[in-house]
Design a protein around this ligand. Structure first.
Ligand code: PLP
Length: 379
C-alpha cells in the first residue's frame, strides 16, 4: 500500500526489478537434486539413450495419455520428425496458425511441404473456421499450436480433420500439463510434439523435446528418424537428422518432473492475481470452463501496447512480445505466403507478455499490476 501511494505521486522513482525470466537454479535442494542426477549419469556412462531417456519417455507418455513417447533434442526437431513420420513432403500443404514461434513454420517448411497460415481467435489460438476455409485437396496435416499454454479448440479441429482425411499434429511445446475437456495437452491428434527447452514450463537445463503418439508404426518410424534414419544403428533407410535426447537432459527432466505441478500451480496463482487486478484495464487471458491453462506466457492485449511496454521498462519491469511478427510476415516466408490472417494482423500489434515465472512473489505481481493501471489511467 505504501509503495502504491508513493508511486502514484510519482515522487520516488521505484527501482524494483521484475525480470521476465530467471533461469538460475537458486533453490539449493533443487540444485542438489539436479547435480545428483547428472552425477548418476556420469557414473553409469550411458550418455546417449541411457535408461533415463527410456524412463522419461514412459513418464511423459503416461502423463499425456499416450502409448508411446520418443525423446528428441528439441521441440523443433520433434515437430519436424512428427511430420516426416506421416510422410509429409513436397506437394503437400500443412495448415498452421499465423501466430507462433517461427519454429512451427520452419518444421513444416523443412519437410518441403507448403505451410498455409490460418487466422487466430481472440484466444490467440488457430481458428477452426479459418482452417476449414483453407483446406484443399493438397492439405495433408493441420498443426494447431497450444499457444501461451492453452489447448486449441480440438473438437472442431478434429471434426474438420476427420471430414477431409487430414492428420493433426499438435504442437504442444508451450502446454505441457494443460488440459482441455479433462484431457491432457499432447493427447490430441495422430501425434503431438513438446519442447522442454529451458524457457518452457517443463524445462530441461538445455535443449530437449519429445513426440507422443498412440500408433506403434509411427513410434517405430520416429525411433529410426531420430538417428539418421537408421535401423539397428547401421542400415540407413532414409536420410534424417541425429536428434536423440541426451541422457543427462533426460535425467534432469526426471528430477524436474516432480516440480512441474507446483510450477503450474504457482503460475496459475499469478495469472489469477493478474486477471483480478487487470480485468477491465487491459484484455486479459480467458480460461474456458473445464480447461486448465498453464500460462507459458501471460499475454495481455491493449491498443497502447508499445507505450505500455516502454513505461513498464522504465519501471524495471521486463516484458516480451511473443511474437512481434506473424510467421507469414517473417522474411523467410514472405515469398509465396498463403493463408488468411486478418485478425492475427490486428492482434499481433496488441499483445504483450507480462512476467509470470514462479520466482515472482505476490508483491512483484502487485507492483506490475499497479504500474499497468497507472499507465492506463494516464492515457
Ligand atoms: C519452443 C517452441 C518450439 C520449439 O521448441 P525448441 O525446443 O525451442 O526447438 C516450437 N513450437 C512452439 C510453439 C514453441 O513455443
Amino acid at each position: 500500500m505504501q509503495t502504491h501511494s508513493s508511486r502514484s505521486v510519482g515522487s520516488s522513482p521505484l527501482t524494483k526489478k521484475v525480470p521476465f525470466l530467471d533461469l538460475r537454479v537458486s533453490d539449493e535442494g533443487a540444485r542438489q537434486r539436479l547435480l545428483g542426477a547428472v552425477d548418476r549419469v556420469l557414473r553409469h556412462g550411458r550418455l546417449i539413450l541411457g535408461p533415463e531417456v527410456v524412463e522419461i519417455e514412459k513418464r511423459v507418455a503416461s502423463l499425456c495419455d499416450r502409448r508411446y513417447a520418443v525423446g528428441v533434442n528439441s521441440g523443433t526437431d520433434a515437430l519436424f520428425l512428427a511430420l516426416k513420420s506421416l510422410d509429409v513432403g513436397p506437394g503437400d500443404e500443412v495448415i498452421t496458425t499465423s501466430l507462433s514461434w517461427v519454429a512451427t513454420a520452419n518444421a513444416i517448411a523443412l519437410t518441403k511441404a507448403t505451410p498455409v497460415f490460418a487466422d487466430i481467435g481472440d484466444d490467440l489460438n488457430i481458428h477452426p473456421d479459418s482452417v476449414r476455409r483453407l483446406v484443399t485437396s493438397k492439405t495433408k496435416a493441420v498443426v494447431p499450436v497450444d499457444y501461451t499454454g492453452k489447448v486449441c479448440q480440438m473438437g472442431p479441429l478434429r471434426a474438420i480433420a476427420q471430414e477431409h482425411g487430414i492428420k493433426i499434429v499438435e504442437d504442444a511445446a508451450q502446454a505441457f500439463g494443460a488440459t482441455h475437456h479433462g484431457r491432457p495437452a499432447g493427447s490430441f491428434g495422430e501425434l503431438a510434439s513438446f519442447s522442454m527447452n529451458p524457457m518452457k514450463v517443463f524445462a530441461a537445463c538445455g535443449e530437449a523435446g519429445m513426440i507422443v503418439t498412440d500408433d506403434p508404426g509411427l513410434s517405430e518410424r520416429l525411433i529410426i528418424l531420430r538417428y539418421n534414419g537408421t535401423v539397428n544403428k547401421e542400415v540407413c533407410n532414409e536420410p534424417s537428422l541425429n536428434a536423440r535426447l541426451d541422457t543427462i537432459q533426460a535425467a534432469m527432466l526426471l528430477e524436474r518432473l516432480s516440480e512441474v505441478e507446483e510450477i503450474i500451480h504457482l503460475r496459475r496463482q499469478i495469472a489469477e492475481q493478474y486477471s483480478k487486478g487487470l480485468a477491465g484495464v487491459v484484455t486479459v487471458p480467458h480460461e474456458r470452463a473445464g480447461d486448465r491453462d498453464v500460462y507459458y506466457t501471460y499475454t495481455i492485449q491493449t491498443d497502447a501496447r508499445d507505450g505500455l511496454k516502454t513505461y513498464l521498462e522504465e519501471h524495471g519491469i521486463e516484458t516480451k512480445i511473443q511474437h512481434p511478427f506473424l510467421m507469414p510476415d517473417q522474411p523467410a516466408f514472405l515469398e509465396n505466403v498463403s493463408g488468411e490472417f486478418t485478425n492475427a494482423r490486428r492482434i499481433v500489434k496488441r499483445i504483450l507478455c507480462l512476467p509470470i515465472h514462479e520466482k515472482l512473489d505476490t508483491e512483484d505481481v502487485d507492483y506490475v499490476i499497479g504500474c499497468v493501471r497507472d499507465f492506463v489511467a494516464r492515457l
